[in-house]
Design a binder for this molecule. Structure first.
Ligand code: BG6
Length: 471
């Protein structure tokens, strides 16, 4: 297939601090919520203590990125490396670490594209404020963002605020929600969400104020939901699943207010967050420069009527936090037309074309993919290679979908597959790998952490070299 990608298209790759860095308590770094969660599972699988050990291999890893030909590297800064307790003293060693990384990226002609927060709230803020439950957490975040803009803004011009606020909000352990009462719990969740929106708006404005030519956006976990049948109720249910899981968040970021259906739900459930009078103007004033989206799969939903025991707006507890069902709104079903990865993600490149068209038509902001990839086990063969043609196939089909969206008229900035090298999967350690480069370790055996280029590395290198002509 022949597709013309723009000359300045960012062929990138992505990672996040707690999943790649390791060095969890080195260089003055504080403990984070992501560390806490990964340590809970450390008797069974890898945790964030070593992860891919980028903290010690950063130079060699960036050499690999250069060899790959990356135009941009999307990575996150660990808040607790910069400010170990979240809102106290700035840690010069943390600043020095990211300075080295940024300088080397630039020396290799790779654009540093920095996320400020990827699931790793400093643990001290949980102890001090119950994290995002408090408005103080939004203030602490803005301060942290300003520290980063001051330290790195002369060289880093592209920023993302929160990674997947809309997804992390659904996952209790990511938000450190321990409230047992379901009604209080949802109220708390709505309040935390609101504080993250405030932090986002404060940070967008700070970036524009402090960094000449600075560009900043969000990274949402995109949701495409098909109706199970063509019954109008199922079509509505599918739409609601999109709106409640992602679109309300994009509307907040782009329009600065909750959309009507969402506000109605918050009112009905008596969980409208506490707001200050000055917030409305702040939320509306923060104008993002682009929308980044993470895309892995699509969903299918049908109508799910409430009944006497299950009132409208009640979530189905305990099954699947990310893809939860809600009475009176939707229930997720399997899509029998799609193949799924071994971990259940329904693989769907057409869905990517759909969502890119939708977001572009709705918001008219340039789009960039900051995560997309296949998580699966890889085998290191006797010849010291990883023959991951399944990953090549996955990436090729998704990049083709991006090309089609470009032909549809969507303004695309770039593509950053997940992940640049193997890293800690959030729930399956190193059993589930995403990288273009294999990291020689298993969950319980660190081995030599050697970096081994997978077949997908060579394939992507060619795609980059030819600006997509060799798809
Ligand atoms: C995204 C996250 O939602 O999904 C990443 O931003 C994560 O941090 C990725 O790794 C894949 O999920 P998992 O659970 O397979 O690691």
């Amino acid at each position: 297939m022949s597709i013309k990608f723009p000359e300045n298209f960012w062929w990138g790759a992505a990672s996040s601090a707690f999943q790649i860095e390791g060095g969890w308590n080195e260089g003055g770094k504080g403990m984070t919520v992501a560390d806490f969660n990964s340590f809970k599972r450390s008797d069974r699988q890898a945790d964030s203590k070593v992860a891919s050990d980028f903290y010690h291999h950063w130079s060699e890893d960036i050499d690999l990125m250069k060899e790959l030909g990356l135009k941009a590297y999307r990575f996150s800064i660990s808040w607790a490396r910069i400010i170990p307790d979240g809102d106290g003293a700035v840690n010069p060693e943390g600043i020095a670490f990211y300075n080295k990384v940024i300088d080397k990226l630039l020396a290799c002609d790779i654009i540093p594209f920095v996320t400020l927060y990827h699931f790793d709230l400093p643990w001290a803020l949980v102890e001090k404020y119950n994290g995002w439950a408090s408005r103080d957490c939004a203030i602490a975040f803005e301060r942290y963002a300003r520290v980063c803009f001051r330290a790195f803004g002369d060289r880093v011009k592209y920023w993302q605020v929160h990674n997947e606020q809309n997804l992390m909000m659904r996952v209790d352990e990511r938000m450190n929600i321990t409230e047992p009462d379901p009604v209080k719990k949802e109220k708390l969740r709505a309040q935390m969400d609101y504080h993250m929106f405030l932090a986002h708006a404060l940070t967008v404005n700070a970036c524009h104020e402090m960094i000449p030519e600075g560009k900043i956006g969000c990274a949402v976990s995109s949701t495409v939901t098909y109706p199970l049948t063509n019954k109008p109720e199922d079509v509505w249910a599918a739409r609601m699943n999109n709106q409640f899981k992602t679109d309300y968040c994009l509307d907040m970021h782009c329009n600065g207010e909750y959309p009507g259906y969402y506000m109605a739900y918050l009112r009905e459930q008596d969980m409208v967050p506490e707001m200050q009078p000055e917030d409305a103007a702040l939320l509306k004033s923060a104008k993002m420069d682009f929308i980044a989206l993470n895309y892995y799969r699509t969903l299918t939903a049908r109508a799910f009527p409430a009944d006497a025991d299950h009132p409208k707006g009640m979530r189905v507890e305990g099954f699947n936090e990310v893809d939860y069902d809600m009475y009176g709104y939707w229930k997720i079903e399997k899509n029998t037309n799609l193949a799924a990865s071994e971990y259940g993600a329904q693989i769907d490149p057409v869905g990517l074309r759909i969502v890119l068209n939708e977001y572009w038509n709705r918001y008219r902001l340039p789009l960039i993919i900051t995560e997309n990839g296949l998580g699966t086990a890889d085998t290191l063969t006797e010849d010291g290679r990883v023959h991951d043609d399944y990953r090549i196939d996955y990436m090729r089909r998704h990049v083709e979908a991006i090309g089609q969206a470009i032909e549809d008229g969507v303004e695309m900035m770039g593509y950053c597959p997940w992940s640049v090298i193997d890293l800690l999967s959030s729930h399956q350690g190193f059993r589930k790998r995403y990288g273009l480069v294999y990291v020689n370790r298993t969950d319980m055996d660190l081995k030599d952490l050697a970096r081994i280029r997978k077949d997908s590395f060579y394939w992507y290198q060619e795609v980059i070299r030819t600006n997509g002509a060799t798809l």
